[in-house]
Design a protein. Structure first.
Length: 401
């Protein structure tokens, strides 16, 4: 009886928000696989998707460096942050990871109100990158804790945001319900000579029924009433941005990626930033230092992962992107998840062959987050033991025939 066991496995996961970054997720999965198949060849490609860990990953891939800065955090208090200056890329290029200045991890769970949080720190990191001589700045949009339409970042860059009475508005997305004008005349002059590319999920749009306030506001702590206030604010903000910038209002309202990071996409697009699908910018450009498609083609099995697999997964999330590429190469895909949510079965049509959750017993979220690495390793081991059982049954049935 000869069992068919995968010998070359590609591990290409996203991070688990507020728990593990992509490097830590990949390591935990690889450990679980090796418990079951000790001699297996595992290739780990942690996915830089614009969220937490992106700056560090791209600095490592290009021989660049990480620079530490203290900036305004999402709650208005100073936080320790960082950005990357890449190496071996020609044009002086910085990577600003918005999550490092305005991420959900930086907002205490008992204080989450996306109507109050600000992206000012993201703008401060952009200024710091300009100080380092950056002529191109890549802004990774992911894992955000903000919904201010990028108003805070624009303020840090020199813009002014006014209400109907002519006074400056308060920070935060809730104030945008009263926005009347934005003045770009004070923007840092160095922005003119710098290319800004946002690496983002193009499915995220600013306004409308599928706008970012309605889709992601509740995840950031918004009540139903706050969602309506944020939605109204974004409707007004799109018109104000269009009037000040000359960009089409329709594009700023529903253009691909305008809702990224709580509307940061629209805010920076208004001053000339390019909104680029994150996998096109971070993978296909070669910045990540790996040929993902080649790695997939060489694998017998691909294992991917993210914090939650649900109806949003096929809409530009890492497992769906991995599955699309693996499906084209004829390679099966297993996806592991911190939680399995509504309409998770939809991922099968996106090319994911099987999914498995990592929580074995009822537990609260805080414990699951704290024990994420152990839970993921043990879940991988359990899943691969089932995989080997299937191989053994198949081999026995084949020999009996």
């Amino acid at each position: 009886m000869v069992m068919s066991i995968p010998q070359r496995i590609l591990v290409a996961p996203s991070g688990f928000k507020e728990s593990l970054d992509a490097v830590e997720v990949a390591a935990a999965i690889a450990s679980g696989i090796r418990r079951v198949i000790p001699g297996v060849h595992v290739t780990s490609v942690p996915m830089a998707d614009g969220g937490e860990g992106t700056a560090v990953a791209l600095a490592a891939a290009t021989g660049g460096r990480i620079l530490r800065r203290r900036v305004t955090g999402p709650m208005g208090a100073p936080v320790d942050s960082h950005f990357a200056m890449l190496g071996r890329v020609g044009t002086p290029t910085a990577v600003v990871e918005m999550a490092a200045a305005a991420g959900l991890r930086l907002v205490p769970k008992d204080s989450r109100d996306p109507g109050r949080t600000t992206t000012r720190g993201v703008g401060e990191l952009i200024l710091a990158a300009l100080d380092e001589g950056a002529e191109r700045i890549i802004v990774g949009c992911g894992d955000s804790g903000t919904s201010d339409g990028g108003a805070g970042a624009l303020r840090a860059l020199g813009a002014h945001v006014f209400g109907s009475g002519g006074s400056e508005l308060e920070e935060g997305g809730a104030a945008l319900a009263e926005v009347a004008a934005v003045d770009f005349s004070g923007l840092d002059s160095r922005l003119v000579g710098c290319t800004i590319d946002l690496a983002l999920n193009p499915f995220n749009i600013l306004c409308g029924p599928q706008g970012v306030a309605r889709v992601f506001g509740p995840q950031k702590g918004a009540t139903e009433k706050q969602v309506e206030i944020l939605s109204l604010g974004f409707d007004r903000w799109a018109g104000v941005l269009a009037a000040a910038s000359g960009r089409p209002e329709g594009y700023l309202r529903t253009g691909p990626g305008t809702g990224a990071s709580g509307g940061l996409g629209a805010g920076l697009a208004a001053i000339g930033a390019n909104l680029v699908p994150r996998f096109e910018l971070l993978l296909d450009s070669g910045l990540a230092g790996v040929d993902l498609d080649a790695c997939i083609a060489e694998a017998d099995l691909v294992v991917t992962a993210e914090g939650a697999i649900d109806f949003q997964t096929p809409r530009g999330k890492v497992p769906a992107e991995i599955a699309k590429r693996a499906q084209a190469a004829g390679v099966p895909v297993l996806a592991l998840a911190g939680s399995i949510g509504k309409d998770a079965q939809d991922v099968h049509s996106a090319g994911i062959d099987a999914i498995a959750g990592i929580i074995p017993i009822p537990m609260n979220l805080d414990r699951a987050v704290a024990e994420g690495a152990t839970l993921l390793t043990e879940a991988t081991e359990r899943t691969f033991r089932v995989l080997l059982l299937g191989s053994a049954i198949s081999a026995r049935l084949g020999s009996a025939a």
